[in-house]
Design a protein around this ligand. Sequence first.
Ligand code: LIP
Length: 277
Amino acid sequence: MSGPDREPGWPTGELEQLAIDLAAEAGALILARPPELGVAATKSSPTDVVTVMDRRSETLLRDRIAAARPDDAVLGEEEADTPGSSGLTWVIDPIDGTVNYLYDIGAYAVSVAVCTGDPRVPGAWETVAAAVFNPVTGEMFHARAGGGAWLRRGDGAPARLQVRDSTDLSAALVGTGFGYRPQVRQRQGEVLARVLPQVRDIRRAGSAALDLCSVAAGRLDGYYESGLNPWDMAGGVLLVTEAGGAVLGADGGPAGTALTVAAGPRLAPALAACVQA
Ligand code: LIP
């Protein structure tokens, strides 16, 4: 992996490699057992499920982070926050695309990001290194601040990623996703009805982390979603920006739960305006 570290204060190369190693190990754990382990609990609605494997994956990630970086904080989807003193926070999604995992649809990922600032406050954090790993396809997306966005498969050489430099919204293939609560889905359906006639087509893959990596890899022209949590997006947003893309939020603000829009730099403003019209 080449490229200067933009954040000389942090060992971003080491952090990127640790994120890769953690995502790979959690991915191997996930694949070791078929989804028959089933649902452990539900959260915001009866369809917002936590599987036994979500919990096992997060426990493994937390144990490895505690061993390797004991002074770092941890913010994960399924367990309580772990405070830290180093100024770095690991933001982890043990399985992003849990419903796909539960239905054995091969579009889910382990997202491991390490951030400065407060990842719970939009605009108050930056990802300095990240890895997003799809254990089914073996695709490892990874990046460090200033080091470019990369995709590797197995022991193959990593390929550098570049977003599509699209300019025409009507020709754009756009990813999106939906929350789990009916009243939120109602509003998101209304936004979709407005966006759909204005773009080439929509793809709903079921994992924000992989959708953001698809933008970085040029597999989508753009992506938008409202209701994301920090762990859904902290890794993928670095892949997008290191691949030359732009990540925007609502009304020109920072990306976050209200709205996250990712695309090439010349398409992102038009997509954000279309979504918020
Ligand atoms: C998923 C997100 C996805 C969203 C899904 C779900 P989870 O996260 O990554 O973008 O559309 O509804 O929230 O719940 O699988 O970790």
